[in-house]
Design a protein around this ligand. Structure first.
Ligand code: NOJ
Length: 789
C-alpha cells in the first residue's frame, strides 16, 4: 500500500492512508503552547509542561491507540457522521489525505460530494491551538449538516491525575461564555506548583449554536469516541460541570447551497492567572477572542507561523542528486531538531512528557540549533549551567518548568557535553564575550564565569580517573546502561575518554582563541596525559575497546563472549584524533565487518543474553534491542562523521542514506518499520531479534541533532571553526557534485562542490588553499565558493 509521499516544493508530507502502523505525528508549537497531532487527528495539547499544564488527554500506551485528539464530527441530514481526519468517526471517506508541514497539519476529505479541510497550528502570538475548518459543497444539491468540534480535557497535573484523579474530579469546572462563544475550563486544585500561573482554558468558536462541557454528557455512558451520544442527537445540551470528567464541545448547524463554502474557526487556548487574578484573566480572554477568531486574525497567525518556519529553514538549502537525502537535510532534520530543542526526550505518541530535560540530551540538541540560532543555543546553555555543580559535574535530568528536584545521579559524560555546546556557539558567533558571563552553580551558593564552568567540567573528569587513567564510568557515559560494568565504581569508560580528548581539543582551541594562555597550558597537559593513557590501553588488536569493568577486564574485546565490539569507540577514536591512521581505519573497517546491516550499524555485537539465560545480564533489553545490539541511529551519526573525516565519501553518504527513514521503509516495509517517514528515531530493532526492522523512539532522539550536524557540516562540508570557515564537501563517486546555500555569521555562502579528481578551492574567483579554512575576514556578504575534489 502506498502510505505517503513528499511534496518538496511545499515542504509537505502527504499521508494517504489513515491506518498507519503507529501514529505519525507533527508537533505544533510556539515555544510555550504545544501540541502534537497524528495523521488520524489523535494527539494532545499542553502549555509549557506536559506534566503540570496538560490541557487535553491522550492514551499513550492504551488501546484503542492514538486518541483522544482534536476532533471534528460532521453529521449529515441522514444521521451519517464523518470526520475530516477519519478518526474519530472512522467512516470510510471517498477521498482523504493528511498533510504534515512544519508547524501546521491539515486533513482533507471528501464524503458524499462534500469537501472538508481542517488545518491546525499554534498561534505564534497567543497561546492557542487554532483550528480552521473549511467546508465546501461542489455537489448539485444543498446540504444541511451539523459540525461539532470536541476535545477531552485533562486535570492538568498529569501524574496527580493518574494517582488522585478520582478526588481531583471535584476541583474543576466548565461553563460557557456567551459573548465570546467559548467553553471555559477552570482547574482549581490548590496544590499546584505555581498557583499564580494556573491558566483559564478556553475552547472558542467563530459560530456556535450549542455547547457542552462534560465528557460524560458528550460521549454518553460507555459511549465511544466514534459515535458519541450527543452527536447522534444532533445538538449539545448547553451544560457545563462543577465536578466530573471535563470536555469542551462546540456545535454549529450549517446549510451549504450548491457551490457554497463556509469556514468555522476554533481556538483552544490558555490565559494564566485564573486563580489569583480571575477578573484580569477573564478580561484578557474576552479581549483577545473577537480578534483572534476573525478571519483576519487567523490569517495573520498562520502567516506568522509560516514565516517563523521559513526563516528557520531557509538558512540552509542544497541541491543533491538524491531527493530522499535532500528533503531530510533541508526540511525534516531541522524540523526534528526544533522538536528536540523544545521537548528533549520527553513527549511523543508513546512518551508521556514527564521525564524532564536530559542534561546530555539537551546539550547535544542545542549543538544542532547553534548553527541556525546561536542565540537560542546560548539561552539554553545559560540555563543548563545552573544544573552544574561547583565541582564541575552536572545533574542528569532537570525540570526547569515543573521546578521538581533535579536528578543528581553521577555520570561520566553529562558535564563533558557543556564545552561542546559552548564551542558550537563560539564558532557560530565568533564572539568570545559570552565566556565572561557569570552563571550560578546548582546550589546557588557560588557563581563563576562560563569559562570557569567549562574548566570545572574538565577538572571533574580529571579528578575522576580510574586505574588506567581513563575516566571512571560512574553511573554511565552516553550509553544509559554501560554502568553495568562499573557497579563497584571502578569501571572505566573509553567512550568517555575519547569524548574527553575531543573536548580537551575544543577547549584548547577556545583557550588560545580567547587569550587564556595559562589554562591552555593546563589543558595541553591533561590532553597529553589522556592520549598517553589511551595509547597504553584502548587498542584491542583489531579495534578499540569500550572500557574496563570493575575488575579491570576489558569490555568490547575479542576476549569477551558478548559485546566483543562496540560501535562508539571506533568512531570516537577518529573524532578525537586518537591513535594512528592505521588504527583508525582498522577500527572503522572492523565496525563495518561486525556491525553493519543493510539498515545501518548495530551498536554492539553479539548482543548480551538476558534473563533467564543470564543471571546478571548487561541489561533487561533483549538482544538486538536498544543499547543491547539494536541499529542505534544516534551512534551511527558519529560513524558517518568519522567516515567523512577520514575522507571516505562513499561510505559516509552510504551510512547516512541507509538510515534515511524513507529508505528504511523501502527496505522493511511500512508495517515492519512502523515509524514516521519524516523524523529520525533512536533505534531500529536489530537482526538478533524477531522484530528486526521495527523503528522506535521517534522524533525525540539525539539522532536528530547529530544527523543534522553530520549532514550539513561533514557531508555537505560547510563547517564553522574559530578562525575560519572549513569547506570540506564529501562527494560520492557516483555523483558529479552538489550545491549548497548556507547562512553563517551573517554571510551567505553559495557552494558548488564538484568532482574533478583535483583538490581545488576558490572563493569569489580567488584560489584558496583547500587544506585550510577560509579566514572569516575574507568572506563578503555573498560568497561564491567552488570546491573540487
Ligand atoms: C537515550 C537517552 O535519552 C540518552 O541520554 C542516552 O545517551 C541514549 N539513550 C543512549 O543510551
Amino acid at each position: 500500500m502506498d502510505y505517503f509521499e513528499f511534496l518538496d516544493q511545499e515542504r509537505a508530507l502527504i499521508i494517504k492512508e489513515p491506518r498507519c502502523p503507529q501514529p505519525w505525528i507533527n508537533y505544533l508549537s510556539n515555544g510555550r503552547m504545544h501540541a502534537f497531532v497524528s495523521q488520524a487527528g489523535g494527539g494532545f495539547a499542553w502549555w509549557k509542561s506536559a506534566t503540570v499544564y496538560r490541557l487535553t488527554r491522550y492514551r499513550q500506551h492504551l488501546a484503542p491507540m492514538d486518541g483522544p485528539g482534536f476532533y471534528i464530527y460532521l453529521r449529515e441530514e441522514d444521521g451519517t457522521v464523518w470526520s475530516p481526519s477519519w478518526r474519530p468517526a472512522e467512516t470510510e471517506l471517498d477521498k482523504w489525505k493528511a498533510i504534515h508541514r512544519p508547524g501546521i497539519s491539515s486533513f482533507e476529505a471528501t464524503y458524499n460530494g462534500l469537501h472538508a479541510q481542517l488545518d491546525l497550528w499554534v498561534a505564534p502570538d497567543h497561546d492557542a491551538l487554532l483550528w480552521e475548518l473549511k467546508l465546501s459543497n461542489p455537489s448539485n444539491r444543498s446540504r444541511k449538516l451539523d459540525a461539532f468540534a470536541y476535545v477531552e480535557l485533562s486535570q492538568m497535573q498529569w501524574t496527580d491525575e493518574f494517582n488522585w484523579g478520582y478526588y481531583i474530579k471535584y476541583m474543576l469546572r466548565t461553563d460557557y461564555d456567551e459573548a465570546t462563544r467559548s467553553v471555559r475550563y477552570l482547574f482549581h486544585h490548590q496544590s499546584h506548583p505555581n498557583i499564580s500561573e494556573v491558566p483559564l482554558v478556553y475552547f472558542a468558536g467563530s459560530e456556535v449554536d450549542t455547547w457542552c462541557g462534560s465528557r460524560e454528557d458528550f460521549l454518553g455512558s460507555y459511549g465511544s469516541e466514534s459515535c458519541p451520544k450527543a452527536i447522534s442527537k444532533g445538538n449539545l445540551n448547553n451544560r457545563g460541570i462543577s465536578c466530573g470528567e471535563p470536555a469542551a464541545a462546540l456545535h454549529r448547524q450549517l446549510c451549504l447551497e450548491t457551490g457554497q463554502s463556509h469556514s468555522l474557526r476554533f481556538a483552544l487556548g490558555v490565559e494564566p492567572g485564573a486563580l489569583l487574578e480571575p477578573e484580569r484573566c477573564k478580561q484578557a480572554i474576552d479581549g483577545l477572542l473577537p480578534t483572534l477568531l476573525s478571519k483576519e486574525g487567523f490569517d495573520e497567525q498562520r502567516e506568522r507561523c509560516e514565516k517563523w518556519w521559513t526563516t528557520h529553514l531557509e538558512k540552509l538549502s542544497c541541491s543533491l542528486p538524491e531527493p530522499e537525502l535532500q528533503r531530510m537535510i533541508e526540511t525534516w532534520s531541522p524540523v526534528n531538531t526544533v522538536t528536540t530543542a523544545r521537548f528533549s526526550r520527553s513527549v511523543n505518541a508513546t512518551a508521556p512528557g514527564i521525564r524532564g530535560i536530559g542534561f546530555r540530551d539537551t546539550c547535544q540538541d542545542m549543538i544542532a540549533i547553534a548553527y541556525r540560532r546561536p542565540d537560542w543555543a546560548l539561552d539554553k546553555l545559560r540555563s543548563l549551567l545552573t544544573e552544574q555543580h561547583a565541582d564541575g559535574r552536572a545533574n542528569h535530568t532537570s525540570y526547569p518548568i515543573e521546578k521538581s528536584p533535579s536528578n543528581e545521579s553521577l555520570h561520566s559524560d553529562n558535564h563533558l557535553w557543556l564545552p561542546m555546546l559552548a564551542h558550537a556557539i563560539a564558532v557560530e558567533t565568533g564572539d568570545p564575550g559570552f565566556l565572561e558571563e557569570t552563571a550560578s552553580f546548582y546550589t546557588n551558593k557560588e557563581s563563576a564565569t562560563i569559562w570557569e564552568h567549562l574548566m570545572r567540567a574538565l577538572r571533574f573528569t580529571e579528578s575522576h580517573l580510574g586505574s588506567h587513567n581513563i575516566p571512571l564510568t560512574l553511573r554511565s557515559d552516553w550509553n544509559d546502561i554501560i554502568g553495568k560494568f562499573s557497579k563497584a565504581g571502578r569501571g572505566e569508560s573509553l567512550f568517555a575518554s575519547f569524548q574527553y580528548v575531543y573536548v580537551l581539543r575544543q577547549m584548547l582551541a577556545l583557550a588560545q582563541w580567547s587569550g587564556r594562555n595559562d589554562d591552555a597550558d593546563t589543558i595541553r597537559e591533561w590532553l597529553h596525559k589522556q592520549t598517553t593513557a589511551l595509547d597504553a590501553c584502548a587498542w584491542d588488536g583489531g579495534w578499540w575497546r569500550r572500557g574496563f569493568d570493575d575488575n579491570g577486564a576489558p569490555v568490547g574485546s575479542r576476549s569477551s563472549p558478548f559485546g566483543k565490539i562496540f560501535l562508539n569507540p571506533q568512531s570516537w577514536a577518529v573524532l578525537a584524533r586518537v591513535g594512528s591512521r592505521e588504527q583508525q581505519e582498522a577500527g572503522m573497517a572492523a565496525a563495518a565487518e561486525h556491525l553493519l546491516t543493510d539498515a545501518g550499524l548495530k551498536i554492539l555485537s553479539p548482543g548480551f543474553k538476558t534473563w533467564p539465560e543470564e543471571s546478571n545480564p548487561f541489561s533487561g533489553y533483549g538482544p538486538g534491542t536498544g543499547e543491547n545490539g539494536a541499529i542505534f541511529c544516534h551512534a551511527n551519526t558519529w560513524t558517518i562523521m568519522a567516515e567523512a573525516l577520514l575522507g571516505h565519501a562513499d561510505t559516509a553518504w552510504e551510512y547516512f542514506r541507509r538510515l534515511v527513514p524513507e529508505n528504511v521503509i523501502h527496505r522493511f516495509g511500512v508495517n515492519t518499520y512502523g515509524a514516521d517517514p519524516h523524523a529520525w528515531l533512536s533505534n531500529i530493532v536489530g537482526p538478533e531479534n524477531t522484530r528486526f526492522g521495527w523503528g522506535n523512539v521517534v522524533h525525540i532522539t539525539g539522532t536528530a541533532a547529530w544527523m543534522d550536524i553530520v549532514a550539513t557540516q561533514y557531508l555537505l562540508g560547510i563547517r564553522s571553526e574559530l578562525t575560519g570557515l572549513r569547506i570540506d564537501p564529501q562527494i560520492p563517486t557516483h555523483w558529479t557534485g552538489f550545491t549548497v546555500r548556507r547562512q553563517v555569521r551573517g554571510h551567505w555562502i553559495h557552494l558548488k562542490a564538484k568532482r574533478s579528481g583535483h583538490q581545488r578551492l576558490q572563493l569569489n574567483g580567488h584560489i584558496m588553499d583547500p587544506s585550510q579554512s577560509i579566514p572569516w575576514q575574507r568572506l563578503a556578504a555573498e560568497n561564491e565558493i567552488v570546491a573540487e575534489m
